[in-house]
Write a new protein. Structure first.
Lengths: 254, 311
């Protein structure tokens, strides 16, 4: 199995999200970065499939040079190769992103053979466009299913499970296929110290795609109005229990 | 003016609340045509197109996207909207990919400006707003759930049938099986959610949260740290990449209140934080708080609730 996973570098804000003065981006000066949680699970799923069926896992990102950090993290959790499509750090819209990723995948396939499976997150944590994976699938002419929380392989068929309110739905996709997964499909492993050292030395292939802007353009970001709240302190420690029970009664919950 | 098409999701003939919200928003933009896959009586719109094809008798996102794209090619609407649900987002992304058009997902407001739209959409699962411009001959957008009130349509519009030409190959992404899992009280339906974070300390530490949830007819939730530690299954996780809840009371025990957790429970009517840090964001944003170690507090609350239930 040759598997490719697309991951995006995003900041990991804490209690609130601060914006830069020009409101063009999240102020990430004091923030750690991560990959979106859905994509972390996509990498884990790819590594598990490789462990079960053999093969290689390639991770790819479109982002600034610093996104190498996220690619190396993926290698430290079991990916074999990493590809950076380098930008100047500005955010690319979904159409431009998808075109660059599809182009990157096509050139990897020319050099190393087709991917049986291309994995995405269901939506990126920051932009949340719900579309890049589906666009790439159409560009490659492959079947795609989103919102997946379970994957099994049976020969050349991929069995995918998707949650619904009532239970789950099952899909059977012929390989090669594209799947967008959600957190909860697995519990990602943590890197070990030796795997981190190995990842530090790993080679990251890098190229610089050119992009055509699509029709959706971000103008500025805004933080939603916060409703000012005043907290009623019911008490300190176990002595607060009667006050909590009073509250439950007042709310009609007892 | 060919108006605005709205893809309306329905459950065997009854339109979804969030789709009717998209219809309401569309009404301010132009003449509305509701589009359904399979019949579903609908009122309060100018026209109704029912898409019929054997492939579409169950969820089949590729085929549905192709069908809507064909409808757009034949009828050339100015815009097509859907609700920002898992399905709405997915199907419109297919339409966008097939027609090579931009798609704005999770929109809360649309302001036409000449030939273009300026719009507001949510990012970070609702923690951040984005002002954007959408330039396209046919504008595609999904509407964030609960951004506007649903349209209340009266009467019923005569439906016209549209039969798309779909290749059998598209059955490759059609549901082949449905499995029903019945649960009792779920996170999304529970009137009370007793939720635990890193402060709970261990899987066993959740026993007292289970006790309280049981006494109140509620459900147990948790933060991402808890699921990442393997203390609880991901199905319990509340937040941006977990479940969205809106109970009458959300009890956050040992949860700091990171923005990605907060977006998952901010629709709760009341929030009670139990935390030993009075400065924790969850405490300062909550309606009520108890300051202290969560375990003795919860044990005392469980005892007090049991005592009051007995009399
Ligand atoms: C893209 C992205 C998506 C995310 N999605 C989600 C999501 O869906 N859901 C989610 O929850 N998180 C999500 N996160 C993670 C989030 O940022 C936080 O890391 C997480 O919510 C913190 O969990 P916590 O509050 O349990 O832990 P902490 O932040 O460590 O807080 C623990 C709290 O417990 C208190 N405490 C400790 N001991 C006790 C005690 N004995 N008694 C009482 N109080 C005690 C502490 O004072 C502290 O306030 C996401 C992050 C990113 C970057
Ligand atoms: N810049 C990027 N680099 C690599 N993958 C990306 C990028 N942007 C989006 N993706 C992938 O596409 C998925 C959907 O993104 P989006 O359409 O922005 O919600 C993400 O979960 C990633 O897997």
């Amino acid at each position: 199995m040759r598997i490719l996973v697309c991951v995006k570098r995003v900041p990991a804000p804490g209690a609130r999200i601060a914006l830069t003065d020009d409101r063009q981006a999240v102020d990430a000066r004091h923030l750690p970065f991560t990959v979106s949680p859905h994509e972390e699970c996509a990498v884990e799923e790819a590594v598990r499939i490789k462990e079960g069926h053999g093969g290689t896992v390639v991770v790819m990102t479109l982002g600034p040079a610093e996104a190498e950090e996220q690619l190396r993290y993926a290698i430290s959790t079991g990916a074999d190769e990493a590809v950076l499509l380098a930008t100047d750090g500005s955010e690319w819209d979904p159409q431009a992103t998808a075109a660059a990723l599809a182009g990157g995948i096509e050139s990897l396939e020319l050099a190393g053979g087709p991917f049986d499976l291309v994995l995405f997150g269901n939506e990126s944590a920051d932009a949340g466009g719900y579309q890049v994976g589906i666009r790439v699938a159409h560009a490659l002419g492959r079947p795609v299913i989103s919102g997946i929380k379970g994957i099994e392989l049976e020969g050349a068929t991929l069995i995918a499970r998707r949650e619904t309110d009532a239970g789950f739905e099952v899909y059977h996709l012929p390989l090669p296929a594209v799947v967008a997964v959600k957190e909860g499909i697995n519990l990602p492993r943590y890197p070990t110290l030796p795997s981190r050292l190995k990842a530090k030395k790993a080679e990251v292939a890098s190229s610089r795609p050119t992009g055509q802007p699509g029709g959706l353009a971000m103008l500025r970001l805004d933080t939603p109005l916060e409703v000012a709240s005043s907290t009623t302190i019911l008490g300190q420690g176990p002595e607060a229990a009667p006050a909590v029970a009073d509250l439950l009664e007042d709310l009609g919950l007892l | 003016m060919s108006g605005v098409f709205v893809f309306v999701e329905h459950d065997s003939g009854s339109p979804s609340e969030t789709s009717l919200q998209a219809v309401a928003l569309a009404g301010a933009l132009g003449e509305v045509t509701a589009v359904t896959i399979g019949d579903c009586p609908i009122g309060g719109v100018a026209r109704h197109v029912v898409i019929e094809h054997p492939l579409l008798s169950d969820h089949a996102p590729e085929a549905m996207g192709e069908a809507l794209a064909q409808l757009c090619r034949t009828r050339s609407p100015d815009a097509m909207l859907a609700s920002g649900t898992e399905r709405g987002n997915e199907i419109l992304a297919h339409v966008a990919a097939i027609l090579d058009l931009p798609l704005a997902a999770m929109v809360t407001e649309i302001r036409p400006s000449g030939q273009n739209w300026e719009l507001t959409r949510v990012r970070w699962g609702g923690s951040l707003l984005e002002e954007a411009s959408l330039t396209a001959s046919l504008k595609l957008a999904t509407i964030a759930p609960h951004a506007v009130d649903a349209a209340v349509g009266s009467g019923e519009v005569d439906a016209e049938v549209f039969e798309p030409d779909l290749s059998d190959e598209l059955s490759r992404t059609r549901v082949v099986e449905r499995v029903t899992v019945s649960e009792g009280i779920t996170l999304t339906t529970a009137p009370v959610v007793v939720s635990g974070g890193r402060g709970v300390g261990s899987p066993e530490g959740f026993a007292v949260l289970e006790d309280l949830a049981g006494l109140l007819g509620g459900a147990v939730g948790c933060s991402r740290v808890v699921t990442n530690n393997g203390w609880r299954p991901h199905s319990d996780q509340v937040g941006q990449t977990g479940t969205r809840v809106a109970p009458h009371l959300y009890i956050a025990c040992g949860i700091s209140g990171a923005i990605q957790h907060w977006v998952g429970m901010m629709a709760s009517k009341n929030v009670l934080a139990i935390n030993n840090d009075p400065e924790a964001p969850m405490v300062t944003k909550a309606d009520y708080a108890v300051i202290g170690d969560l375990h003795p507090v919860l044990e005392a609350v469980v005892a007090e609730v049991r005592r009051r239930k007995e009399v």
